[in-house]
Design a protein around this ligand. Structure first.
Ligand code: CIR
Length: 263
């Protein structure tokens, strides 16, 4: 099953409040105008990759709502509304629900109790990997497995490395059989059966790349990873993420992507 052929993406414009976005370590706030400019470049790169973007309006009450990957999952066969583990992000699922109902015949919802954030979910051709993390708990992961079964998808619960925000902070799918991952995640053995390309030490943030059609979007601050992927003949699009990185974000988190029959 091809898992990187997309023609549609859902995004949300950054709110001014994005400067107060959650982050693991303190430090200076990101600059709103620079985040807006990084977001615009990202939208342009999606278009170049062959995807039609739907950009939702900014939500001031939700500083992290630019990261639409976390409150929902989308598959050609249906969408799933999640329950973010970060309390300040819980309401983002209700905010994104209407556009999912407009675009998908089937929309399932994670029941009360568990929590799951989309950043912990890696879709591979034959299974959906669910990373147990500080944001995605066991109850949520198990409930999600039941919903994925309803959609006809196999799944597996795996472990996000300690002190790493999301499973996909440390990995991404490059093609049907190849994963880009950090050393610490690759070492855990979760990618048995895949060809794993490890990002060079010091470039861990590059592991959250984004394959869309024939393009691989990669964080532009990581030249050794870019070289490595270049040698493997991937078509690279370097993307600037300096400001969103301040609030612990990378490339996959700013969109939900799917193949729509309507486009
Ligand atoms: C958060 O901590 O929730 C946001 N500041 C960053 C979320 C990044 N999401 C993702 O990688 N899927």
């Amino acid at each position: 099953m091809a898992v990187y052929n997309f023609n549609t993406a859902l995004l949300r414009a950054p709110a001014k409040s994005v400067a107060r976005g959650l982050r693991a370590v303190g430090g200076e706030d990101p600059n709103f105008d620079s985040i807006a400019s990084e977001h615009q470049s990202y939208v342009a790169a999606l278009r170049t990759a062959g995807v039609e973007p739907i950009v939702l309006p900014a939500l001031e009450d939700f500083p992290d709502s630019i990261f639409v990957e976390d409150p929902a999952l989308v598959f050609p066969e249906g969408a799933i509304l999640l329950r973010p583990g970060a309390p300040s992000r819980r309401g983002e699922a209700d905010e994104i629900a209407p556009v999912l109902y407009e675009n998908f015949d089937t929309v399932l919802s994670l029941p009360e109790g568990g929590t799951v954030e989309g950043g912990d979910i890696l879709t591979t051709p034959d299974k959906v990997m669910i990373g147990h993390s500080a944001r995605t708990n066991q109850a949520g992961a198990k409930a999600l497995q039941r919903l994925l079964t309803e959609l006809g998808r196999k799944s597996e619960i795996v472990t996000t490395p300690e002190d790493v925000l999301h499973f996909k902070s440390d990995c991404s799918l490059l093609d049907e059989e190849t994963i880009l991952a950090t050393e610490r995640l690759a070492q855990s053995g979760v990618f048995h059966g895949f060809d794993v390309i490890k990002v060079p030490s010091g470039e861990e943030a590059a592991a959250n790349a984004l394959r869309i059609n024939d393009i691989v979007m990669v964080n532009n601050r990581h030249p050794r990873t870019i070289d490595l992927l270049d040698q493997r003949q991937y078509k690279i699009e370097p993307i600037k993420t300096d400001q969103i990185a301040i609030i612990d974000a990378g490339l996959s988190c700013m969109s939900l992507r799917w193949q729509s029959a309507a486009n």
